[in-house]
Design a protein around this ligand. Structure first.
Ligand code: DGT
Ligand code: CA
Ligand code: ZN
Length: 644
């Protein structure tokens, strides 16, 4: 049995104020909401903490400033009590009498509220009635049938919790975008090729290009008389590890490697990308659901299962406002549908040939799937002011790539040729700087080695210029940001280069330090006159490790100021599907602050260059247009921007 660790209150920083950072305050308020609910507290009190946490999280201003100026009570969603608590935490580092509450709640209950579909209210009832204080205890209670008889629970809940425990166990099993997409596209292509299927499309988080994907959702259209044979065909696909369920209109599967056989030849997929994805997907498996509907219903089902849930809820409300009902089967007037439900009600639907028609009935322009997260896209679609999202073909080059001079596997010439083959006008080389070593072995290029690399690049550039070929290499460096915010290399070395990608690699020190110290160091780094691009800003590895804590809003604000003063300070979207850092949720903030985004593959070999595709997906998810992205500029423009 796994030992469950409870929650604890963060200790104060030794230097301050602020003695507690914004992220710790946000986390504590959220936890207190859960703890109070488990403790059976007054719902208004619970809500006050939930709202307070959310309000604080979305506050863009510096917390200490707001506290010191006594303006916290004016922030919408933060009441008197909470503001008192936050003041104390920030100015003194202590948490009032919260320690008692933290000590009171059994840690196992906290794990129980992590089960999908199970909230603190129910957890409390099961604890009081049956002493259920851990996930194991809950599983046993469900299996023995002790949950169903509890008042307000029933068989259905009991079954749902068992499934929820399953889900919790699998939760760690989300897939990176690249793995999810290759499985998704392979399955989509196979379903589309079944006789009788008129359309098949990947929906869900994969279509919305989330950075990780839970399960795949595919929607297929076929005439009702063909549904049986379509399902039969799906069940005979190669690469099905398990059939979890199969009904009249839905199949649930677990997919494995053989599903991908021949995927690089399928449909619209870029062959090189597919090959790289297949190589990386290793022995991955992924859950998938295929839903088969009639052709007329297809657009509604596709829109519904594309989600997100939050987006769907807004759409449904817009329908209700118009006296309509919207679901996965159709869009119909309440009056016409009456008591009919499901496919019966669908007979009364308005006809919609595609998703755009659904949006149009609700007074909206069609919303690109990446944006369907209810972060303002509904309002933008109402006023026809959605951005014109960047496309992969808009890129003209990239500025952060490695060669054999550091830890890359290809030479300058090989990397350049691969970039030319992609139709690019430039390739920025940014090998690691001197200080970087892995296990004592120096990886980086020493300062003494820079002139030789410069000479090789100069000769290559001359060759292309002589041939009137619109291609050049920009000689930069991926320069380590040291713990105190200084940059590696002597000033003269950095000054001799065309651009500096500043990156943090000594992650241990940064993760053991708090948000404020990290933020200060990062700001110091970007203020360095030679600094050009902030590389993989938080250092996170998706599903591998969290990034270091940092107030990225503050860093981006400072970068915005420097851009306003005429300097170039760009932030990278590291396009490696392992990173996708800057997070898409921060792209719009960067844009608002006037900070250009640079989509970089961080390629360590020629095939890595095509990873920029993932970066473009994330930029789209962050609402970015071509003009917001630095490397949509032409080679000639880039020379000018870099001052060459
Ligand atoms: P995932 O699989 O965890 O990466 O995320 P999604 O977004 O693919 O979520 P999933 O697979 O649970 O469901 C697919 C879509 O179906 C989801 O994005 C929206 C829709 N959907 C699922 N459950 C609900 C619900 O309870 N209400 C509404 N309005 N839509 C739902
Ligand atoms: Ca899904
Ligand atoms: Zn790096």
């Amino acid at each position: 049995m796994v030992k469950v660790k409870g929650w604890s209150l963060p200790k104060p920083r030794s230097t301050g104020p602020p003695f507690q950072t914004k992220s710790s305050v946000v986390a504590v308020l959220e936890q207190v909401g859960v703890l109070l609910e488990l403790d059976g507290a007054n719902p208004f009190r619970v809500r006050a903490y939930q709202n307070g946490s959310r309000a604080l999280a979305s506050m863009e201003e510096d917390l200490l400033t707001v506290v010191q100026e006594g303006r916290l009570v004016n922030v919408k969603g933060i009441g008197k009590g909470i503001s008192g608590l936050v003041n104390e935490a920030v100015l003194e580092g202590t948490w009032g009498d919260l320690a008692d509450l933290y000590a009171k709640i059994p840690p196992g209950l906290l794990e129980i509220v992590g089960i999908p579909g199970l909230g603190p209210k129910r957890a409390r009832v099961m604890y009081e009635e049956l002493g259920v204080d851990s996930v194991e205890a809950l599983k046993a209670a469900c299996e023995m049938g002790h949950i169903a008889p509890l008042s307000g629970f029933g068989e259905k809940s009991q079954q749902k919790y068992l499934e929820g425990i399953e889900l919790l166990r699998r939760y760690q099993g989300r897939s990176r975008m690249d793995v999810g997409l290759i499985f998704g596209r392979a399955l989509e292509a196979r379903v589309a090729a079944i006789p009788g299927v008129t359309r098949a499309q990947l929906a869900g988080s994969a279509r919305r290009r989330r950075e990780t994907i839970g399960d795949l959702d595919i929607v297929a259209a076929a005439e009702p008389e063909d549904h049986d044979s379509v399902i039969e065909a799906i069940l005979s696909f190669p690469g099905i590890a398990e059939v979890k369920g199969s009904g009249e209109s839905k199949v649930s599967l677990i997919l494995e490697q053989d599903m991908l056989a021949g995927a690089q030849d399928i449909g619209s997929m870029d062959a090189q990308l597919a090959e790289a994805m297949m190589e990386r997907s290793g022995d991955a498996t992924i859950d998938a659901q295929v839903r088969i509907v009639s052709p007329a219903t297809f657009p509604f089902t596709l829109a519904y299962f594309t989600g997100s849930k939050e987006h769907n809820i807004r759409m449904r409300q817009l329908a209700i406002d118009r006296g309509l009902r919207l679901n996965e089967f159709g869009l119909f007037s309440e009056a016409a549908a009456g008591d009919a439900i499901g496919m019966e009600a669908a007979k009364h639907t308005l006809e919609c040939a595609n998703e755009a028609a659904i949006y149009s009935h609700l007074g909206l322009t069609w919303v690109p799937p990446e944006m369907r997260e209810d972060t303002g896209e509904i309002e933008a679609a109402q006023s026809s002011s959605l951005p014109r999202l960047i496309e992969p073909a808009d890129l003209r080059g990239a500025l952060h790539n490695h060669t054999v001079a550091s830890d890359g596997v290809n030479t300058l010439e090989e990397m350049a040729q691969a970039a030319i083959d992609l139709g690019w006008q430039y390739l920025g080389i940014a090998d690691h700087s001197e200080i970087l070593n892995i296990g004592g072995r120096q990886i980086g290029v020493s300062a003494d080695g820079i002139p030789a690399q410069a000479e090789m690049i100069r000769a290559l550039n001359e060759g292309w210029a002589d041939n009137n070929q619109d291609f050049r290499i920009f000689h930069g460096s991926e320069c380590d940001i040291l713990v105190d915010g200084a940059l590696d290399y002597p000033d003269e070395t950095r000054q001799s280069l065309s651009h500096i990608v500043g990156s943090v690699h000594a992650l241990g020190s940064w993760r053991n330090r708090d948000e404020i110290a990290n933020t200060e160091a990062l700001i110091k780094a970007v203020e360095n006159p030679t600094f050009t691009i902030l590389g993989h800003p938080t250092g996170r590895i998706l599903q591998g490790r969290e990034g270091f804590p940092v107030d990225m809003h503050a860093v981006l604000r400072r970068m915005g100021e420097l851009n306003a003063e005429g300097e170039l300070k760009a932030v990278e979207i590291n396009a490696s599907p392992y990173r996708l850092d800057l997070d898409w949720r921060l792209c719009r903030y960067a844009k608002q602050q006037g900070v250009p985004v640079c989509i970089n593959p961080d390629a360590h070999g020629t095939e890595g260059l095509s990873d920029v595709w993932y970066g473009v997906q994330i930029a789209r998810k962050g609402w970015l247009e071509a003009g917001d992205v630095l490397n949509t500029q032409s080679g000639a423009q880039m020379e000018e921007i870099l001052g060459l």
